[in-house]
Design a protein around this ligand. Structure first.
Ligand SMILES: [Zn+2]
Length: 306
């Protein structure tokens, strides 16, 4: 860690001083592209947002680059999922970036989980066992209703830092929420064939999606978040999938393919491969198209040969 910090700091020293002045846009860093997209919808031309992840990564293991600390050093705000989703990279980057405005609990730290009621909050936390979800399940971005909460949190966070633009943020928020509401009504109609269908995913990240669209998250290939499967766990999972008639295996694109294929084959379940962030596949170019892509991919798999 010490060496990474030194490399990052060396990179910082080579920087030109950031521009100041009336034309300077709000410099925002989002951890994932979903948040960058929503922030652009809320702040329009007032903001310049860069996402650290491109969307193809595992959010619990986004590789740190020196350029990330540089971006955070210059940022006015950082926009994050929270619930420790970014634990593997954000705390170390914030330390290296030496930017007091965006530290946790400072105004520039915009935590998008503030309006979320987390699911799967553990009764016992044990990071030593590799638990990646110590505050509950942080993959709420896959539920578009939670997307509304994310948009509200971003509008609030930006208004706190830039009260002079509050009415613009509010107006854009209302527009975006109306757009989301219309899409949610359409998605809930489209999702009717999914009701009651059970799914198994590689990582426990499908619970919010499943609950929104009437499905049931019935287990994971990982033993739990961040804990790799053992042969015994897979045997038990497959047995239970056959018994409980689990019809779908979701392989998130940042997780290994072979084991998900084996589990699907040996249980007769259909396999779908899904992005879990904007940018995870080319079709998921913004937040609305991410939900579109995931819902339609699942629907296609379920309806195929049914
Ligand atoms: Zn996770």
């Amino acid at each position: 860690m010490k060496r990474i910090t030194l490399v990052l700091l060396a990179a910082l020293l080579m920087l030109p001083t950031p521009l100041k002045g009336a034309d300077r846009k709000i410099q925002a860093v989002a951890t994932i592209p979903d948040l960058a997209d929503i922030a652009r919808n809320i702040a329009g031309d007032l903001i310049e947002v860069t996402s650290l992840a491109t969307g193809v990564e595992d959010i619990h293991a986004v590789p740190m680059k020196p350029s990330f600390a540089v971006l955070l050093n210059r940022a006015d705000v950082v926009i994050l999922m929270g619930l420790e989703a970014e634990h593997a990279f954000l705390p170390a980057l914030l330390e290296a970036a030496r930017n007091p405005r965006i530290l946790r609990d400072e105004p520039g730290y915009i935590d998008c989980s503030v309006y979320i009621t987390p699911l799967e909050v553990p009764t016992r936390i044990d990071r030593a066992l590799g638990d990646q979800h110590p505050m509950g399940n942080p993959h709420y971005n896959l539920d578009p209703v939670a997307g509304k909460d994310m948009a509200r949190a971003i509008a609030d966070g930006l208004s706190r830092n830039y009260p002079e633009y509050q009415s613009t943020f509010k107006k854009n928020l209302d527009t975006y929420l109306a757009k989301l509401d219309a899409a949610i009504a359409r998605w809930e109609q489209e999702a009717k064939p999914l009701h009651g269908i059970k799914l198994v995913s590689y990582h426990p990240d499908m619970i919010y999606f499943a609950e929104r669209f009437g499905m049931e998250a019935a287990g994971t290939i990982e033993i739990r978040a961040g804990v790799d499967p053992t042969p015994g766990h897979i045997a038990e999972l497959e047995e239970r999938m056959r018994r409980e008639k689990v019809g779908l295996v979701v392989r998130e694109l940042s997780y290994p393919a072979a084991l998900a294929e084996t589990v699907a084959q040996s249980t007769g379940a259909k396999l779908v491969e899904l992005p879990y962030m904007v940018g995870g596949v080319p079709e998921a170019k913004d937040y609305l198209s991410l939900i579109d892509y995931n819902l339609h991919t699942v629907l296609k798999a379920v309806q195929k040969g049914a």
